[in-house]
Design a protein around this ligand. Structure first.
Ligand SMILES: Cc1cc2nc3c(=O)[nH]c(=O)nc-3n(C[C@H](O)[C@H](O)[C@H](O)COP(=O)(O)O)c2cc1C
Length: 262
């Protein structure tokens, strides 16, 4: 059977339109699912950092919601660490804000290759049964060897003792820098102390092996064969715990906590 050229073009055009409609409608219908999955993944990672869940656990979305009931998301101004009630933590996207001319700004010079940063950040308080803050979870990011690592650092309510560290996105090599995901390495973090006596950021991933937290509180074993990623982890912690990152917020938090104890 032979068809005219017009018929062939018409037929191809109709197929293109049908395919475009199918692709667009599945994109629209799946975008909500995609957003929900991204939110769930973020919540899981906050729980992992805080030690409220283990990555080996098979958590349903209900399990995550139940455990996340103890987590309070709080928007802050990064520059002075003050609360930012004008920002809704549920809808704020710090990565988008960082590249927005108004919501973001150039980052001060730093060893983590962070070029832009958002003016606001969402941090998380993990609440005790009494309603008091038991932990603070901070979002962190910075360059490793192949790209930016994104994660969360959990600190005790003393705002200096580490309770956990986790990365949820990176491009480091599996078996080398990718060992940032190794549960054995992550288990080395709890009880390390992020700041020294004078309040300077002192936490450091060293080349080689560190001692136990009680005798060697500021140092963590390096990732073998991955000195560059290890250095990247140190750099990003120094940036985000320092004056250009969450330093002002942590100072405010400690001040308010101390005042409430007096
Ligand atoms: C294919 C390949 C992948 C690598 N991936 C990483 C990595 O993810 N992180 C890292 O720090 N070093 C990685 N390295 C090694 C670095 O190039 C560099 O040699 C290393 O960081 C030095 O660490 P070392 O002093 O502990 O040997 C990789 C090397 C190769 C050849």
């Amino acid at each position: 059977m032979r068809h005219s050229t017009g018929y062939i073009f018409l037929f191809a055009g109709a197929i293109c339109i049908i395919c475009a409609i199918v692709v667009c409608s599945s994109e629209v219908s799946l975008s909500e699912l995609h957003k929900n999955n991204a939110r769930l993944d973020k919540q899981k990672n906050i729980l992992y950092a805080a030690g409220l869940a283990r990555s080996s656990e098979n958590l349903s979305s209900e399990d995550v919601q139940l455990r996340f009931g103890r987590v309070k998301a709080i928007a802050i101004h990064v520059e002075d660490g003050e609360l930012a009630p004008e920002i809704d933590p549920d809808f704020y996207d710090a990565r988008k804000a960082a590249v927005d001319p108004k919501a973001g700004r150039s980052a001060p010079p730093n060893a983590s290759a962070i070029k832009r940063m958002a003016r606001h950040a969402i941090i998380y308080h993990i609440l005790e049964d009494s309603g008091e803050v038991g932990m603070i979870v901070l979002p962190i990011e910075g360059y490793g060897l192949w790209g930016t690592l994104y994660g969360f650092l959990a600190l005790d309510a003393d705002a200096k003792t580490v309770r956990g560290l986790t990365y949820y996105q990176h491009k480091e090599t599996p078996g080398l820098g990718g060992e940032v995901d190794n549960p054995d390495w992550k288990a080395l973090w709890p009880d390390r102390v992020a700041f020294d006596e004078s309040g300077e950021v002192a936490i450091e991933v060293i080349k080689g092996q560190a001692g136990l937290p009680v005798g060697d509180p500021h140092r963590i074993d390096g990732l073998s064969g991955a000195t560059i990623t290890s250095r990247g982890v140190t750099n990003m912690l120094h940036f985000w715990l320092g004056e250009d990152g969450f330093g002002p917020y942590l100072k405010n938090f400690t001040q308010v906590n101390n005042d409430s104890i007096k």
